[in-house]
Write a protein of this length. Structure first.
Length: 373
């Protein structure tokens, strides 16, 4: 956003910018003192101070008549919705900050600045109003997406990598999670039916995210095994400080699912898929020639070759075992493997070739059907 005119007395603006850190700290403490909801919220002093500093920097740009960003307002709305701070408290904090900052301006204004104060006041409060509207819009959008249940907001806080470590234990207590439990983060539309498993679900970006907790790791593993649904799961963990990393694991595990999969895929259960899913563009580039060679074939023919090769890998290179599984004569299996070697230039008997071909086949499986030409 922009303003049309320039500040008549840039000296005042320079002084405010130079002292921004101290001003921000003063205003942060005033917000914490005046707004009781911030005392019980899962929001550390340094996090609030960062939001205040960035907002004041944008306010100074507005006062100077320069382009200013609403990004700090959107960030404030999103963070406070995720941490369970009421919307009224968010808007009150903007009013407190605006009033405190205006008091600083008036206090530091010199006699020759006085004539500019009415115009500066208009700019300050117009910008505070724009910030309040932007923050409220983002807050409502996040709150609507995530629902209003307190545990959902607490889960989003727990999954925030910027949540101070000292506050994670408190979040777990407020969510009534077992003190010495085992936890898993899940991504996907997953509902666990086990009576001894506690689950909390929320939305993060476009992902349905679930925290599953149990006193016994065996109970949790069994519940995941019994869930007949597609999803990605992190490794089990016992320290709530690992929750943000576990979310990354679950998201990557979800990307490892094949279109035909109908179960929960656990992070690192297929290292090859994990490597490819983590860098799909790189995998597509590295294996482009092999992938293109299969794409030139009729889809049914290509799928038959891939199925035969993957069975060969899974059965330790036994062509007889492949034939039994796929109901093929051993000579048919050998013929298909030879076709793959001619097609790709790789040789199954050469370990390095076989390894790279296996990765290329996994990359092909992970592509969406529409990506195949």
């Amino acid at each position: 956003m922009t303003q049309d005119t320039r500040l008549a007395h840039p000296r005042l603006l320079r002084e405010l910018r130079a002292d921004l850190a101290a001003i921000s700290e003063m205003i942060t403490k005033r917000i914490e003192h005046d707004e009781k909801d911030y005392g019980d919220a899962v929001l550390a002093h340094h996090e609030l101070a960062t939001l205040v500093t960035d907002s004041l920097a944008a306010l100074l740009d507005a006062i100077a008549g320069s382009r200013y960003s609403l990004e700090p307002a959107h960030r404030a709305g999103r963070l406070k919705a995720e941490r369970g701070i009421p919307l009224d408290s968010l808007l009150h904090a903007f009013r407190v900050a605006g009033m405190a900052f205006w008091e600083v301006i008036v206090e530091r204004a010199r006699p020759d600045d006085r004539s500019a104060l009415p115009h500066l006041s208009t700019r300050v409060w117009a910008t505070v109003d724009a910030y309040s509207v932007a923050a409220a819009d983002t807050y409502r959008r996040v709150a609507f997406t995530g629902g209003d249940h307190p545990d959902q907001r607490l889960l989003r806080a727990l999954l925030d990598p910027d949540l101070p470590p000292a506050q994670r234990e408190d979040v777990g207590t407020r969510m009534r999670l077992p003190v010495r439990g085992t936890f898993v983060i899940l991504v996907g539309d997953i509902r666990l039916a086990a009576a001894e498993v506690i689950t909390v679900r929320t939305m993060l970006a476009d992902d349905r995210v679930t925290l599953a907790a149990a006193h016994s790791p065996l109970v949790l593993v069994q519940a995941l095994h019994d869930a007949a649904t597609r999803g990605g799961a992190s490794r089990p963990f016992t320290d709530l400080g690992s929750a943000p990393a576990a979310l990354d694991q679950a998201r990557l595990a979800f990307r490892c699912l094949l279109p035909s999969d109908s179960e929960i895929h656990t992070y690192a259960s297929s290292p090859a898929r994990a490597l490819i899913a983590a860098q799909p563009a790189l995998a597509a580039d590295l294996f482009a020639e092999t992938l293109t060679a299969f794409d030139r074939l009729h889809p049914g023919d290509a799928d038959a070759l891939v199925q035969t090769a993957l069975a060969w890998y899974e059965l330790g290179g036994s062509t007889s075992a492949v034939g039994e599984r796929l109901h093929l004569h051993r000579n048919t299996v050998l013929h298909r493997l030879k076709r793959i070697e001619r097609l790709t230039g790789s040789t199954f008997a050469v370990p390095a070739d076989a390894a790279l071909l296996y990765l290329a086949l996994q990359a092909r499986l992970l592509r969406a059907p529409g990506d195949r030409s």
